[in-house]
Design a protein around this ligand. Structure first.
Ligand SMILES: [Ca+2]
Ligand SMILES: [Ca+2]
Length: 241
């Protein structure tokens, strides 16, 4: 018997591997799409910014995610320098919950085309924060410790979704932008927008049941591949045939 003619394992294993990798990649892509933060160039200070061009006034990446399971938002960002270096630095997340407008356009100088919001979360280096809801005229002061600052330049703030009542959008459809600024009151204090000239949707944290299903699917694929390799690749089987 020509055993070479019975080498389906050699012929099909690479195909199976490619199929498995493509399926796993297909499963992982939605997760990656959901988790990638906004990246923003280093050194892209606004031409209208009048303050010091320190690294802590320059956003490198940022994200706002909504966790359906805990019904909470997480605001995060990485700055290009140690937070606290610039006196009066603030980090402002603008949220559009349905009635956002380009609120910086009417200022002098006019900036922020494409940046729409109807609420802000103002994060301070002293780890306090303030939420200002322009539609409901509601200001909420959040105590020290609300904000986590990690490795000197990373901000992380987790807040319950009930602090962000909808003004028209579903919670998962909110959009946002982040801008550092040195003090409040004038557009020349704003150093950077992330992303530039647009809002971006909140990323979605997959619910545990979705993760469990993906895990079960992945385990099933791996088990099938292992069984296939044993059945088709065993020299003992071919010798006995
Ligand atoms: Ca930047
Ligand atoms: Ca920017």
């Amino acid at each position: 018997m020509n055993l070479c003619a019975l080498e389906p394992a050699a012929a099909t294993t690479p195909v199976s591997r490619r199929l498995l990798l493509s399926l796993v990649a297909g499963l992982l892509l939605p997760l990656q799409a959901l988790a990638i933060p906004v990246t923003d160039p280093a050194g892209d200070f606004l031409a209208t910014y009048a303050g010091p061009q320190n690294g802590d006034m320059d956003v490198l990446n940022a994200d706002v995610s909504y966790n359906q399971a805990s019904d909470a938002f997480r605001f995060s960002a990485t700055l290009d320098g140690a937070i606290g270096a610039t006196d009066g630095a603030l980090y402002v997340y603008g949220l559009d919950r349905g009635q956002g407008t380009e609120r910086f356009l009417d200022g002098d100088p006019s900036i922020g085309a494409g940046v729409v919001f109807d609420m802000v979360v103002v994060v301070r280096p002293d780890t306090t924060a303030v939420i200002n809801d322009f539609i409901n005229n509601q200001v909420t002061q959040l105590s020290a410790g609300t904000v986590q600052i990690l490795n000197d330049s990373f901000i992380s703030v987790a807040l319950d979704a009930d602090l962000f009542p909808s003004t028209g959008f579903d919670t998962s459809d909110y959009t946002w932008n982040l801008w550092p600024r040195q003090g409040l009151g004038n557009n020349v204090q704003i150093s950077d927008f992330a992303p530039d000239a647009s809002n971006v949707g909140v990323s979605q944290v997959p619910v545990p049941s979705t993760l469990a299903l993906l895990g079960i699917a992945g385990l099933g694929l791996l088990r099938r591949r292992r069984n296939t390799a044993v059945d088709l690749g065993s020299p003992r089987r071919f010798a006995a045939a």
